[in-house]
Design a protein around this ligand. Structure first.
Ligand code: BG6
Length: 520
């Protein structure tokens, strides 16, 4: 390699090459016949297997109520993987090799004898690492977490991890509770027989490459981090829009609404990464400490604040991509006249030294014109002299948009002179695209999350105090909505960017929503 080639070589700093060790272990999936297993977990594990990322040896045990043999379950999973895997086509030989590690145990979650049978199954593997290193994935209803954990403990399958040679971990999915009180109850159920550090709460947004990149972007680039504060930033908009309606999930959604389904977890997670202080190290606890600190600095919302700072919405029938879409109240399993929100927009203020006075606008909704998640950081305008003065309100302030999905990338918007003899200024964009920089890569959050849980790295999982703080915020918003039916200004037609009330909300701060743009 000559000198100029050396200079051109892109330096990649591999941060955790020496850190992650995934020991041989067994992953037990409780509630294995559910959708999550066939759509997400097994396709993710299969992909990891093809990449040789799984430990050797490794086993997957499905635990559910229906009677079936190992082979029957493997056959069902093969069909699912053929449909849902991102590694297409499925190589039959590789599948057969992989499937040899999968087995099934029939059992009722509430029967002690089922856990004894499970224990025998694990023993039959004949390797103490496969019997004692256990990743217990609770793909069950949260109301069963407490009893599963207790049975696991009684059967000797879960012991507190006090620096022992082997480990057992519990992975849980959302919804993690229904409000703060139920989340606290779940947390105490889970930690009766395990330490908090053995509990891995998933928020699949944290497994997304672009969400992880928020910290890299902020803390490995001096030029941006120096501007990341109240002196330079005017306001921040976080949008997670979805084109899909509620569809078949009406039953679940009636209980959740957008605030529990999206805000309590995904939006507040993105906000905490965008706004947190630098952690003292890249280990799990310092990062999670800073996220909790940030959530705790959000100015509490009393009932009167909710009326001013939070807007709900619900879609009625409309058109998306030229096709008619039903209203929320016409979706399956939705109650007549339901007031459940399918859209939320809010203005949050963060009372700390860095962000005092900078509004953060968050919004999410279903049946919107486009599916896109992005963070737009809007900088303060230039002083009203020179170009700003000449252009009146037409000179746009700078903005950085972190496009989380799809068309993952980062845009920097600034003003440039339009070529020619006249003096015209207009916004132009600098664009970093993941696809053009790194090639077409569609990372699947579950692959990363499962591997991290097996490696025992909790950075991408939600800690107890984090989930509880987020529920505290959501509970105060829901309190503000109590006994208040939706008003006309809170309905929106499917295929539009939410209700008029959301535009009013941001207009009160003299701003406007910047809607994500489709791929160009
Ligand atoms: C889930 C919600 O957690 O996230 C769904 O329950 C939502 O309602 C989904 O559609 C969005 O995830 P993604 O990865 O498609 O942005």
């Amino acid at each position: 390699m000559n000198e100029s080639q050396q200079l051109d070589e892109i330096i990649t700093c591999r941060i955790n090459d020496s850190r992650k060790i995934v020991e041989p272990c067994t992953m037990i999936i409780f509630g294995a016949s559910g959708d999550l297993t066939s759509r997400k977990l097994i396709p993710a594990l299969y992909h990891l297997y093809t990449e040789k990322a799984l430990p050797k040896p490794f086993r997957i045990v499905g635990f559910a109520r229906r009677e079936k043999s190992d082979q029957q379950w493997r056959d069902e999973l093969k069909i699912a993987v053929e449909q849902f895997s991102r590694t297409q086509p499925i190589d039959s030989n590789v599948w057969t090799e992989f499937a040899a590690n999968i087995c099934y145990t029939r059992g009722d979650l509430s029967e002690a004898s089922a856990y004894q049978a499970l224990e025998q199954r694990l023993n039959s593997f004949g390797d103490e690492r496969l019997r004692l290193n256990l990743l217990c994935y609770l793909a069950t209803s949260p109301s069963q977490f407490g009893e599963v954990v207790e049975h696991l403990h009684n059967a000797g399958l879960l012991t507190r991890d006090d620096q022992q040679k082997f480990w057992q971990r519990i992975v849980v999915e959302k919804p993690f509770g229904h409000d703060l009180a139920t989340a606290e109850q779940l947390n105490s159920d889970l930690t009766r027989f395990a330490h908090e550090k053995q509990v891995f709460r998933i928020d699949h947004y944290l497994g997304k490459e672009t969400v992880q990149n928020i910290l890299m972007f902020r803390f490995s680039n001096a030029i941006f981090e120096q501007l990341w504060n109240r002196q330079s930033i005017d306001h921040v908009q976080i949008t997670v829009s979805e084109k899909l309606g509620v569809g078949e999930r009406g039953g679940y959604y009636e209980e959740a609404g957008a605030i529990r389904d999206m805000v309590q977890n995904h939006l507040l997670q993105v906000l905490s990464l965008v706004a947190m202080e630098p952690p003292v190290s890249l280990d799990a606890e310092p990062i999670r400490d800073e996220k909790v600190k940030l959530l705790k600095s959000i100015r509490p919302l009393g009932v009167a604040d909710v009326a001013k700072q939070v807007v709900r919405g619900q879609y009625f029938a409309g058109m998306i991509d030229g096709k008619p879409r039903p209203g929320y109240r016409q979706e399956t399993k939705v109650k007549n006249g339901s007031d459940v929100e399918t859209f939320v927009a809010m203005k949050l203020l963060i009372d700390n030294w860095r962000w005092s006075g900078v509004p953060f606008f968050l919004r999410t909704g279903k049946s919107l014109p486009l599916s896109a998640s992005e963070v737009r950081v809007q900088f303060k305008p230039t002083p009203h002299v020179l170009f700003a003065e000449k252009c009146g309100g037409k000179l746009d302030a700078n903005a950085i948009t972190l496009r989380l999905q799809p068309n993952e990338g980062i845009y920097l918007r600034f003003n440039g002179k339009v070529p020619g003899t006249s003096l015209s200024v207009r916004p132009v964009r600098m664009h970093f695209s993941y696809n053009s920089e790194f090639g077409a890569y569609t990372p699947e959050a579950y692959e990363r999350l499962l591997l991290e849980a097996m490696a025992g790295d909790a950075t991408l999982f939600i800690r107890r105090d984090e989930v509880e703080t987020a529920w505290g915020i959501v509970d105060s918003i829901r309190k503000g909505w109590e006994n208040k039916p939706l008003t006309n200004r809170e309905f929106y037609s499917a295929g539009t960017w939410g209700p008029v009330a959301a535009d009013d909300l941001i207009a009160q701060s003299a701003h406007e929503w910047r809607n994500p743009q489709p791929a160009s």
